[in-house]
Design a protein around this ligand. Sequence first.
Ligand code: DX5
Ligand code: ZN
Length: 217
Amino acid sequence: MNKRLIAPSILSGNFADMGNEVKSMSVIGADWVHIDVMDGVFVPNLTFGFKMIKDIRPLSDLFFDAHLMITNPKRYIKRFVESGADLVSFHFEAEEDIDGTLEIIQNAGCKCGLAINPDTDVDVIIPYLPKLDLILVMSVFPGFGGQKFIDGSLERIARAKQLRDKYAPQAVVEVDGGVTTDNAESIFSAGADVLVAGNAVFSAADRRDAVKVLRGE
Ligand code: DX5
Ligand code: ZN
């Protein structure tokens, strides 16, 4: 995977115009499409499920990065893969059988990621690192777009990068939550490879320009 990627989160898009929002992603220079799935239990908000992914899949050739914020993701993971996700991430805090869940994703021919909340010790990912394609470091508590980047997240990102370099050279480090054109450079410098950006892209006057500035161009 290339480094310094921007993954706009369609959670911040207009749900009434989702087809066009997704089609526009490649036009504005996005690298991935970040798809936030929430169940109203693991997080205090609801978004959408497999059908959304299935319906938008034909509209873009970009890499579909599904971020599951749902309890016991193992139950549904196969259906997310079948709906067209290229990578499925789930939360360490939401699943007891992490190895089994990673295996289901991989056996279905999909890339897999493990997400950790801001109050989870980064080192909990160590046993799973050899299997991971992506480490998702949350820099806000998941549930809503437009929150403020939590202080101290840069140290967590640096630790994730250190662990990645040592145990999982195949994996990328993704950072999600409160990314702005002002802090993107420091997040990349701390060790991120992929930045999720909701508000920073969808509320920008010029989305193409926002993607470029986020990437540091
Ligand atoms: C938070 C989601 C994020 C969020 C990012 O629960 O996982 O992907 O939408 O939005 P911004 O970039 O606006 O913080
Ligand atoms: Zn997300």
